[in-house]
Design a binder for this molecule. Structure first.
Ligand code: KG4
Ligand code: ZN
Length: 342
């Protein structure tokens, strides 16, 4: 009988301290997330120093809980998979140093994982039939990428943002509207009461690359709208602004993805990253994909935002591909997708 492969995943690239145990790349045995959101809320965004310090404080406990909840011990693991980039350098370093010490102490192989590849891999957890090739739209707080997933560990970037990431635009607009942090879920909520056609915000086109995105113009348009309304003493309807902004973002994300799928004859699209839990984006993608006969995959919200199960899943496929990281593995804050830097 084939032996089960167990991977311990560790994720500390931003403000979630997370550890998970995954069996055979697809079955989540445990998924523990300590979210620091409450700590950073008062500052309106993630404070890197605070994030690193909290990771140090929590990583041991979170990992022990992940092993315990899975009913396994560290020695049962076949590999320790850890996010080594991209992300906040101090935050990444905590996970990397911790994973390296576990590997050094036990002799269990270390596998460095790319955070965005982890987000894409989150789709494998609940969609057992999904295997490459497929296309993926990664929309997170730091990244907006349209990616062709050619194989496990094989990624080709088709389009990317030229400026702000989609999640960043959500967070900045939410802040301008006086909504809390993180802004994405707040805008999602506020927009439910609003009219997405109330205000005409721009849908940016980027010259040169038909699949690239740009969200800074849209963000400025929202800020200008708010300033001008304030100066004229006009009433600002937050739900309408939220819904109209959200529609502008989701229109562009949907349109680019559908065009890329059509031009490449691809019939499967997997959403990934924190913004993939946005209800308007999911609805707009679903409608467009249904019309075009494209199968749409989305992880549950808990696997859209940062977690370690997705890192363990990605780590499993890296491990099966023969990837082993040396104990000199370092955090690489600007790690590019598809780049191996371990
Ligand atoms: O993937 P993630 O947890 O972290 C990064 O790798 O960046 O994504 C966090 C981002 C934040 O910008 C947050 O505002 C956004 O995802 N987000 C959402 C929603 N939930 C989280 N954006 C729009 N709608 C949501 N429901
Ligand atoms: Zn992320």
């Amino acid at each position: 009988m084939k032996k089960d492969i167990l991977i311990l995943g560790i994720e500390t690239s931003c403000d979630e301290t997370a550890a998970a145990v995954v069996k055979n790349g697809r079955e989540v045995l445990s998924n523990i997330i300590y979210s620091q959101i409450e700590l950073h809320k008062v500052y309106g965004g993630v404070v890197p120093e605070i994030a690193s310090r909290k990771h140090i404080e929590k990583i041991n406990q979170v990992t022990s809980r992940a092993l315990e909840a899975a009913g396994v011990t560290l020695n049962d693991m076949d590999a320790v998979a850890v996010t080594y980039g991209p992300g906040l350098v101090g935050a990444l370093l905590v996970g990397v140093a911790f994973a390296k010490s576990l590997s050094f102490a036990t002799g269990i192989p270390l596998v460095g994982v790319h955070h965005i590849e982890g987000h894409i891999s989150a789709n494998y957890i609940e969609h057992k039939e999904l295997e490459p090739p497929f296309m993926s739209l990664v929309v997170s707080g730091g990244h907006t990428h349209l990616v062709n997933v050619a194989g496990y560990g094989k990624y080709e970037i088709l389009g990317r943002t030229r400026d702000d990431a989609a999640g960043e635009a959500f967070d900045k607009v939410a802040r301008a509207l006086g909504l809390g942090y993180p802004g994405g879920p707040e805008i999602d909520r506020a927009a439910r009461e609003g009219d997405p056609y109330a205000i005409e915000f721009p849908r940016a086109r980027v010259s040169g690359s038909e699949y690239d995105f740009s969200f800074s113009g849209l963000k400025s348009a929202v800020l200008n709208y708010l300033n001008s309304a304030e100066m004229k003493g006009e009433e600002i309807r937050v739900p309408d602004v939220a819904a109209s902004f959200q529609k502008a973002v989701t229109d562009v994300l949907t349109e680019h993805s559908i065009r890329a799928l059509g031009q490449r004859g691809e019939k499967r699209l997997a959403l990934a990253g924190g913004v993939a839990s946005n209800s308007a984006l999911r609805a707009s993608m679903k409608e467009a994909c249904d019309k075009e006969g494209i199968a749409l995959y989305c992880p549950s919200p808990v696997y859209c935002t940062d977690n370690a199960a997705m890192i363990a899943v990605c780590g499993y496929y890296e491990y099966m591909n023969g990837v082993r990281s040396p104990l000199t593995l370092n955090a690489v804050p600007g790690l590019k997708l598809g780049e191996r830097n371990g």
